[in-house]
Design a protein around this ligand. Structure first.
Ligand SMILES: Cc1cc2nc3c(=O)[nH]c(=O)nc-3n(C[C@H](O)[C@H](O)[C@H](O)COP(=O)(O)O)c2cc1C
Length: 190
């Protein structure tokens, strides 16, 4: 079975909603098993992230999709602590040739979300992974990729609660990213 893991941090629930949408999109592809992995601040002690079960799941995945809110123009500290803990996998080349992609949520239409997506890209490149972007054009009547991000999925939270934001268009964009990664993972597994 081809496996896609979505690993994300969410402080107040917006990124979680988007992660669930990405997961829905990937899980709808026949032949793909998904794992939705929420990073917990409880797994960080003295600034260091540790959770062997999370890493075992990721090591066994064909594709890993990274998600974090944009905080102060980059990924949340909790996500960065997780990323720093992947250093031994970098050294061993453990994630080489896995597929990678990313998504982020922030309040503003921009809010410097691109910096977060580009951080995910850099992390993936350090691991020798294969980056899958978001190729959907924004010229459509469903609002797909309305924020026009091709590096990964951007969603906007504004001042709304997670019950309202990200909106349906942003969640649909997330679903399409999940679907794309799942289909690409199946092709790579052939
Ligand atoms: C510490 C902190 C820093 C933030 N920095 C930004 C930012 O740089 N740009 C932005 O648009 N929103 C920023 N926000 C707003 C969050 O990105 C927004 O509330 C997001 O929806 C949080 O996602 P979450 O609900 O998954 O935690 C920040 C929020 C916090 C708490």
């Amino acid at each position: 079975m081809t496996t896609v893991s979505i690993v994300y941090f969410s402080g107040t629930g917006h990124t979680q909603k988007l992660a669930e949408a990405v997961d829905r999109g990937a899980a709808a592809v026949t032949g793909v098993q998904t794992y939705l992995i929420a990073l917990s601040g409880e797994d960080i002690a003295k600034g260091r992230y540790a959770n062997p079960a999370v890493f075992a799941q990721l090591d066994a995945s064909d594709a890993i999709i990274f998600g974090s809110p944009t905080y102060m123009g980059g990924p949340a500290a909790q996500f960065k602590a997780f990323a720093d803990a992947t250093g031994d996998r970098w050294y061993r080349g453990a994630w080489r040739d896995k597929l990678a992609a990313g998504f982020t949520v922030s309040s503003g239409p921009s809010g410097d979300k691109l910096s977060t997506l580009h951080y995910f890209f850099t992390l993936a490149m350090q691991h020798g992974m294969i980056w899958a972007g978001m190729p959907e054009l924004p010229m459509n009547d469903k609002g797909i990729n309305r924020l026009s991000s091709y590096s990964g999925v951007m969603a906007q939270a504004g001042q709304e609660s997670p019950d309202v934001a990200p909106n349906d268009a942003d969640k649909l964009t997330g679903e399409l990213l999940g679907q794309r990664v799942a289909k690409l993972a199946l092709r790579l597994a052939k």
